[in-house]
Design a protein around this ligand. Structure first.
Ligand code: NAD
Ligand code: UDP
Length: 312
């Protein structure tokens, strides 16, 4: 197949491009390098079946493809809040452009949605049927509401044009190819621990998250996309092992042996969700999938990656 991956030079996109190439597909990677990194796709450039197109999806594009994975969008709070209007344009204008492309080419299309559609949730763990609690005018809204609107667009293109859409709600994912300045908690703590800098815990560190290793996510995304049963979703894709940010810091300090880093507490960003854990019973049932990488194993692989690219 000829497969388009938008946001293909980013963290998740680069792993997805690699896997799709390994499966023998032609891969078109579209990215405007807002947060993407050429180093992530450099190893793929040798493959004749890989093509890189520098393009901003807020503008239309014309390609002939069989499948689309729409991943383009900055995912880290510091990056999506840097230019909130562009973040909204990417989620909304970008979705309209890419859905239009899917409509013309009759391509099946996957949307990388997010656990952020649940906002600061009152239901725990979060099930797909929960509508969420999002502040529509806060600093996270450009991302959360953009992604919620993108889900609406995907559903309306399905209902109105019978488009073959698949929506995955991705929970916190980590692994190699995250940018050292990405700003998300796992990469921050690992880089800080490796360089003996302060480990910056926001708030008291008692907020929770559930972290999924990248390989598990890639397996799930490809499964939902290629399921013969029409799995529109939305479907939670995550690891349901929940821990506090304090526990994450302690685990990373233990795994990065001999770090001289100390923990420092900084103010909690506005609207930071207090708890997050996916209910993944739908994915387990429909995809016959479950995350296989435990936290220490995934963190160890991620630490090995960062050791190669950061120096004290
Ligand atoms: P990332 O920032 O590493 O990658 C995003 C990629 O999209 C980058 O390469 C960036 O340059 C590109 N991009 C941004 N705006 C673009 C535009 N207008 N046109 C073309 N390219 C554009 O983030 P990631 O972690 O790889 O996330 C990928 C997708 O998965 C995002 O849609 C994100 O919302 C979603 N997601 C990620 C997580 C996670 O924990 N990593 C969780 C939930 C959802
Ligand atoms: N966080 C932290 N220190 C950091 C970066 C993040 O304590 O250096 C916290 C953040 O406030 C949040 C959690 O870690 O409670 C996860 O943050 P991240 O930005 O990785 O993702 P989020 O789930 O908030 O989108």
């Amino acid at each position: 197949m000829v497969i388009l991956v938008t946001g293909g030079a980013g963290f998740i996109g680069s792993h997805l491009c690699k896997k799709l190439l390994e499966q023998g597909n032609d891969v078109l990677c579209v990215d405007n390098f807002y947060t993407g990194n050429k180093n992530n796709i450099l190893p793929l450039m040798k493959n004749k079946k890989f093509e890189l197109i520098r393009h901003d999806i807020t503008f239309p594009l014309y390609l002939e493809i069989d499948q689309i994975y729409n991943l383009a969008c900055p995912a880290s709070p510091i990056h999506y809040q840097r230019d909130p209007v562009q973040t909204l344009k990417t989620s909304i204008h970008g979705a309209i452009n890419i859905l239009g492309l899917a409509k013309r080419t009759k391509a099946r299309i996957f949307q990388a949605s997010t656990s952020e559609v649940y906002g600061d949730p009152e239901i725990h763990p979060q099930k797909e049927s929960y509508w969420g609690k999002v502040n529509p005018i806060g600093p996270r809204a450009c991302y959360d509401e953009g992604k919620r609107c993108a889900e609406t667009l995907f559903f309306d293109y399905y209902r109105q044009y019978n488009l073959d859409v698949r929506i995955g709600r991705i929970f916190n994912t980590y692994g190699p190819n995250m940018h050292p300045d990405d700003g998300r908690v796992v990469s921050n703590f690992i880089v800080q621990a490796l360089t003996d800098k302060y480990i910056t815990i926001y708030g008291k560190g008692d907020q929770t998250r559930s972290f999924q290793y990248i390989d598990d996510l890639i397996e799930a995304i490809i499964k939902i996309m290629n399921s013969e049963k029409r799995l529109i979703g939305p479907m939670n894709l995550g690891n349901d092992q929940e821990l506090t940010i304090n526990d994450l810091a302690t685990t990373i300090l233990k795994l990065v042996k001999h770090s001289k880093s100390k923990i420092i507490y900084e103010p909690l960003p506005q609207d930071d969700p207090k708890q997050r854990k996916p209910d993944i019973s739908l994915a387990k049932k429909e995809l016959k999938w479950q995350p296989r990488t435990n936290l220490e194993e995934g963190l160890t692989k991620t630490i090995q990656y960062f050791k190669k690219i950061v120096s004290k």
